[in-house]
Design a protein around this ligand. Structure first.
Ligand code: TXA
Ligand code: MG
Length: 332
């Protein structure tokens, strides 16, 4: 990334404009986190409800004290171990943080991304950049500049190109604002890795937990109905669906010669690689001219937790009707 583009981006941010930038997880739709009208433009561009909080991106953990009113040991330990990187920490907000960023809550989400373009931008800007994922509300996050254009086109002032995002799914979110740290959204950094640093088990999301749009049941959805089928049921589900509609499959094994699916995409067998590829794969399947996407459900192991989470939400968000009474077939 040339210095000139970074300078242009900084000028736009200072003037209250919108800049899309790459992070190691997904592309972010950025605005000056200290400028209320700039942050409101994010919500308009995304068509997102205004009471949803956005993450503030910082160049370094040295800026924490400007945004957090308290920095408990858990924050220091997690920041030390995982920043810069794909981890968002929810902390008690400093008084100066505006309601447009926090959604009116008493906490703020903070993250120091590692992507070199994000780092260059944040260092040159010198302040916090509010940025949700650069997609329209409820849709799959963009992991390439092509996806960003599909989602937001000319609704933004500048798009910085950083290639395909490495992680491919959104950051892990841990709420460290209360007595017990709580995992709000699984991601590349696993629950086990966080517990290994904190030496306490993470709490569960309960009724009193803060609003997280990423925790809405219906989220991250392609346009086509998406059906999750266990590995053992995949062939039967494909056969049943293909008798009624045009089927696209995303599986972790090659297409059997007898399969009646119209499109069969093979995803990586490694969880991190599958995550990297997931959203690009779903976008491609969404546009392949089929009428349903059937995805082979990931293994029930910890390394697949984040991918399972996104696929389960995509299945709910797509509004697919359950197609079999068998509990091995999950759609919702
Ligand atoms: O990887 C990521 O986190 C990407 C990149 C661009 O950094 N960002 C991202 O932002 O995924 P977004 O807005 O699509 O998802 C952030 C999630 C939302 O579900 C939001 O509700 C939650 O973080 N969040 C932000 N601030 C919060 C707060 N104070 N309390 C609870 N949840 C919060
Ligand atoms: Mg998002």
């Amino acid at each position: 990334m040339d210095q000139k583009s970074i300078q242009t981006a900084v000028t736009i941010l200072r003037a209250g404009g919108l800049v899309v930038f790459p992070t190691e997880t997904v592309y972010g739709l950025g605005a000056d986190a200290g400028n209320a009208s700039a942050v409101r433009k994010i919500f308009a561009a995304k068509e997102r409800p205004a009471d949803h909080p956005v993450i503030v991106h910082l160049a370094s953990e040295r800026q924490l004290s400007q945004w957090a009113s308290e920095i408990p040991p858990a924050v220091e330990q997690l920041a030390e171990r995982f920043w810069p990187g794909p981890l968002t920490l929810i902390v008690k907000r400093a008084k100066s943080v505006i309601d447009e960023v926090t959604g009116g809550q008493d906490t703020v989400g903070l993250r120091v991304p590692s992507h070199p373009v994000a780092q260059a931008l944040l260092q040159a800007f010198g302040a916090g950049i509010a940025a949700p994922s650069a997609n329209r509300f409820g849709r799959v996050s963009p992991t390439t500049v092509g996806h960003v254009r599909e989602e937001l086109g000319d609704r933004v002032d500048l798009i910085l190109d950083g290639g395909a995002c490495d992680v491919g799914i959104e950051s892990t979110i841990v709420d460290v604002s209360g007595d017990t740290p709580v995992l709000l959204r699984p991601g590349r950094i696993s629950e086990e890795e966080i517990e290994a640093v904190l030496h306490v088990p993470l709490g569960r999301l309960g009724a009193g937990s803060p609003r997280v749009s990423g925790t809405l049941a219906a989220h991250y959805a392609p346009s086509l109905p998406l059906v999750l089928a266990s590995s053992g049921m995949l062939d039967a589900v494909v056969r049943e669906q293909a008798s009624r509609r045009v089927v696209a499959v995303l599986a972790r094994r090659p297409r059997p010669s007898y399969s009646s699916a119209t499109v069969w995409m093979v995803g990586p067998r490694d969880a991190a690689q599958f995550a990297h590829y997931l959203y690009a794969g779903l976008r491609q399947l969404d546009q392949c001219g089929c009428s349903v996407i059937i995805v082979e459900a990931p293994p029930e192991t910890p390394d697949w937790a984040a991918v399972r989470d996104r696929l389960e939400r995509a299945a709910v968000g797509s509004g697919a009707k359950p197609i079999a009474a068998d509990s091995a077939v999950r759609t919702a």
